[in-house]
Design a protein. Structure first.
Length: 264
């Protein structure tokens, strides 16, 4: 596992965006061979999306031959709902870049057949071979996508019931009213995420410190889904100093020295 430690949120966002641009440009995607990108929602990636838009507008990257798969969607929220992930992605990112609408994939939270929706999502990912880079955030309890503590580490796209910790955390997007937060969601599985060629997790702020401690220094456990990244050949975490608050000083020193020596 690689851990990139930056000073603050803005530096993390800039690093993550630059890495996405580097991977797309290096891949040289075409219509026949697109670059496949897994994308998250929430507050963690907003800065990255803003920087990606700036880089696109500056002519540094094109999303014309990029296919995206989002991690999750609330059950029961129509795409036009201001807190649906369809709406979030369109307003925050997609409408500002040159991605083709047919290349955008987000789970349908209004479906009446959850199993069929999830199976079709998995099949569509496989139709492209694999996701080249899956980007995600991490919850305070270590969940990735909506794979809450206790999720199978080989799980696939499915329905998940959200924990009260996640519901309370997401209430800030629903006027701080937990009764308005959906209690279930469709989500890619841990196994879906780790099938990707690369996985990048963005974690900033001291509220993510405990999750990072378990993800980096702890044992692999389904109670801390982020810990599965220890088993991935090309997984890395982009975090700020605040998020490393619970790591051992020698751990922080090790990863900072590795990055300095390897990448200057």
């Amino acid at each position: 596992m690689r851990v990139i430690i930056k000073q603050d949120y803005d530096e993390c966002a800039q690093w993550a965006a630059n890495y996405v641009v580097y991977k797309i440009n290096r891949f040289r995607p075409t219509a026949e061979k697109p670059f496949v990108l897994g994308l998250p929602t929430g507050s963690s990636p907003i800065g990255m999306y803003k920087e990606l838009i700036r880089l696109y507008q500056a002519g540094k990257v094109s999303f014309e031959n990029v296919v995206t798969f989002n991690m999750d969607e609330y059950i029961g929220l129509p795409p036009a709902h201001h807190e649906s992930y369809h709406f979030f992605m369109h307003e925050t990112f997609f409408k500002h870049i040159n991605i083709k609408p047919q290349n955008i994939n987000i789970l349908n939270g209004m479906t009446t057949d959850y199993e069929k929706e999830c199976n079709n999502y998995e099949a569509k990912i496989k139709s492209y071979g694999k996701i080249n880079l899956f980007i995600g955030g991490v919850g305070t309890d270590g969940h990735i996508a909506f794979n809450e503590p206790g999720s199978s580490l080989t799980s696939r796209t499915r329905v998940k019931t959200l924990t009260m910790e996640t519901i309370r955390s997401n209430a800030r997007f629903f006027n701080n009213d937990i009764d308005l937060v959906p209690k279930t969601a469709l989500t890619v599985g841990v196994g879906t995420i780790t099938d990707a060629e690369e996985v990048m997790i963005i974690a900033t702020g001291n509220t993510k410190a405990e999750a990072l401690k378990h993800g980096i220094e702890g044992s692999i456990s389904h109670m801390w889904p982020i810990s599965i990244l220890q088993m991935h050949q090309h997984a890395f975490i982009v975090c700020d100093d605040a998020a490393t608050a619970s790591l051992r000083p020698e751990t922080i020193k090790y990863f900072k020295e590795i990055e300095q020596r390897t990448h200057g």
